[in-house]
Design a protein around this ligand. Sequence first.
Ligand SMILES: O=P(O)(O)OC[C@@H](O)[C@@H](O)c1c[nH]c2ccccc12
Length: 260
Amino acid sequence: MNILEKIVQHKRIEVAEAKKGISVDELKEKSLFNRTCYSLRESVLDLDRNGIIAEFKRASPSKGIINDRSDVSEIAKAYEQNHVSAISVLTDSEFFKGTLDDLVAVREAVKIPVLRKEFIVDPFQITEAKAYGADIILLIAACLSSKEIKEFSAYAKKIGLNVLLEIHNEEELKDNKFDTIDAIGVNNRNLIDFSVSIQHSLDLASLIPVQYIKVSESGISDPDTIKLLKNEGFQAFLIGENFMKTEDPAQAIQDFVKHI
Ligand SMILES: O=P(O)(O)OC[C@@H](O)[C@@H](O)c1c[nH]c2ccccc12
């Protein structure tokens, strides 16, 4: 079994457990569920913002612990002060050491779109995302059928969330061009062997229809890469490790944005 299959298998068990603890109706009664979400598109197109989707990431299956010292609210505020377009929060605990509490903390700390970075395999997690403060959900094409992507994205839109679809290749793009998707992200990291290449983004850029916000994800560590990706039409850039692995992520984002 590859790592992605392991994560998804574990996720299905976790979701079954979570469902025993709370019902969809109870999730919908939570105060954060009843809220108008910030628009990812508006934030990315806002000229006062820089297109970065900055991620709070404690650990990953490829790197192990990245940062277990930083305070989630402080980092979120530092990201916002440095004009990022959105903040991504890992909520997977088993492989990334994140929690839904992290998501709530970020929601309470900032007034920009927040992405629940999660392996979504069940609509329950979409209701949960809204109930715990997210504005955006991630759907990973490698984990879902085209039918699921269509249905899950329609449900997310229905409850007012923005949808980011993550793809790795042309096939996944071709099969999933739904109008319930707001943004398409090309993951430069292969989720099976963890190899990273910006070339994935460069190769797929021109194939992504203009109706979608174009996002390049993972392995971005050099401001010059942002310039290159912008030239190819990318509007948003998902960056985690480059900030989180430093002694002072708040300082790291400040230094980075000076050069883009
Ligand atoms: O830390 P990086 O290399 O800057 O990458 C951030 C983000 O793109 C990455 O965490 C990610 C992209 N897609 C995912 C799906 C699940 C978990 C994590 C991810």
